[in-house]
Design a protein around this ligand. Sequence first.
Ligand code: SF4
Length: 337
Amino acid sequence: MEICGGQTHAIMRYSIEEYLPEQIQLVHGPGCPVCVTPLELVDKAIAIASMKDVIFASFGDMLRVPGSEKDLLAVKAEGGDVRMVYSPLDALKLAEENPEKKVVFFAIGFETTAPANALSVKEAKRRGIINYSILSSHVLVPPAMKAILGSEANKIQAFLAAGHVCTVMGYGEYIPIAHKYQVPVVITGFEPVDILQGIYHAVDMLENGIFEVYNAYSRAVTESGNIHAKQLLSEVFEVTDRKWRGIGTIPRSGFKLSEKYENYDAELIFDIRNLSVHESELCIAGEVLQGLKKPTDCPAFGKQCKPEHPLAAPMVSAEGACAAYYRFHKIDFDENK
Ligand code: SF4
């Protein structure tokens, strides 16, 4: 299983699977932060963004993720002040420039994006900016790996772990996972040669009965990771249970703002309740995200669900497995079939 959606896109873009012997099957993991953000939170974002006196800031792909009724772009079309930003610090600047508005940043992502989001909150506090908050849906990779490996349906024999996550967190957390579940873990980058090298080391360890972590991304990753980023994370966030879309709640699998920074928590500032959440009945994203099915197994793939009218996030996100298959897989999309 390649954990990260960026790796999935590289695999599909360069048709890596086509060159592998049939004994090696790649399955796509849950490492697309947009995809695992629960629908309730997307609906909450839409409810907040629709409020008067709110500027709602988000990365671009989140704007097109369908909520139960509409997406954030529809809120913008209806007159809501929804802005696409490239960094949480852009959102903080919006707060500074618009003191009469409440600026909310949709802070989603894995350990990779969490330090920048933490920094924006710390900076807001330091500069006395009180009209800035984040709607946080931060998730963590190791608990998701454990949930997948602990499931009765699990078929994963080795992991290609996400190099960028490990540049922040290091790879120390993966060593006990490799030992306990008897799976090799290779820290892997995102170029085609990185993926091939990762597959090579995973197969090599499996053939030799070695269940360890191999760092194939040593140009960027160390065992302990980025100490300064980790210190920032432990100051601003605390570990909490998180709901993953299609998977359910995984204990201690995400970050929420620590007590010291809870005045910047949009979920506490905007008390949104009684949302009625409707998942698409056709979508099998939960099984895709756990590596149990491929996007092409979904009955809606390329028919009711396409990038122009997605039913769920994996068809929207630049890291979504369904979007990768749609873009790069050679499929005949005859809707009459
Ligand atoms: S193709 Fe669309 S409907 Fe099917 S699993 Fe992917 S996102 Fe969900």
